[in-house]
Design a protein around this ligand. Structure first.
Ligand code: PGA
Length: 234
């Protein structure tokens, strides 16, 4: 399984360091062999030699240049970071990233051989239109994306479930992941209000290969518990 924590705009550099220490201890003590990914904020990126794979939440698809406020490839290469999150709904909806710019970002990091955790997910009004509208919306979010890229991981995260405490019914997650599996032969993570209290059930659903977790992973202890659940399910 693949268990990933997305810190978003939370945690300082020192808090991130402390968190990583706790997670490394938990991985060692529990003999975890699952993939554990952590996406800290840009100011907390660091070289990390442990079992946890560190990824960047967002990188502008350039080596360097005049792009005020952005970080580029040179800045993450400094820390040997080879994993990036692309297409997160907060990037799409709050920062207005278009499918075209997301696909460009994807191509850039694919060419660099990065592991890409690529996020898709529908807003509530689309879900209410029914499963055909939902799947067609997800298809649009895959436009221009090479779903055969060997280092691709997909995260299905319904927008209305992110940070809200709401999750789809387990049967709905199963259906959507099953439909995605028909098209994409890559690990499929579920994201959106995963926490200690529901992780066991969600990770046990067919075609769920892991989870991308925001608020529910902010405490190292909780993240470790979820990692331990993933280990038990395998
Ligand atoms: P959440 O966020 O776990 O806080 O809902 C998940 C995500 O946005 O990746």
């Amino acid at each position: 399984m693949i268990i990933a924590a997305n810190f978003k705009t939370n945690k300082t550099r020192s808090e991130t360091g402390q968190y990583l220490e706790e997670v490394e201890t938990c991985i060692t003590e529990n003999g975890i062999t699952d993939d554990v990914l952590v996406f800290p904020s840009a100011t907390a990126l660091q070289r990390h030699g442990g079992a946890v794979v560190m990824g960047a939440q967002n990188v502008y698809p350039v080596e360097n240049g005049a792009f005020t406020g952005e970080i580029g490839l040179d800045q993450i290469n400094e820390f040997d970071i080879k994993t990036v999150l692309i297409g997160h709904s907060e990037r799409r909806h709050i920062f207005g990233e278009s499918q075209e710019s997301i696909a460009e970002k994807f191509d850039f990091f694919k060419a660099q051989g990065f592991t890409i955790v690529y996020c898709i997910g529908e807003p509530l009004e689309i879900r209410e239109e029914g499963s055909e509208a939902l799947m067609s919306y997800l298809d649009d979010q895959l436009e221009g994306i090479d779903v055969h890229y060997e280092k691709l991981i997909i995260a299905y995260e319904p927008v209305w479930a992110i940070g809200t405490g709401l999750t789809p019914d387990e049967s709905d997650i199963g259906l959507i992941h099953g439909a995605l599996r028909q098209k994409i032969d890559k690990p499929l993570l579920y994201g959106g209000s995963v926490k200690v209290g529901n992780a066991q059930e969600i990770l046990a659903i067919d075609n769920v290969d892991g989870a991308l977790i925001g608020s529910g992973a902010l405490k190292a202890e909780d993240f470790c518990q979820i990692i331990a659940y993933a280990k038990a399910i395998k």
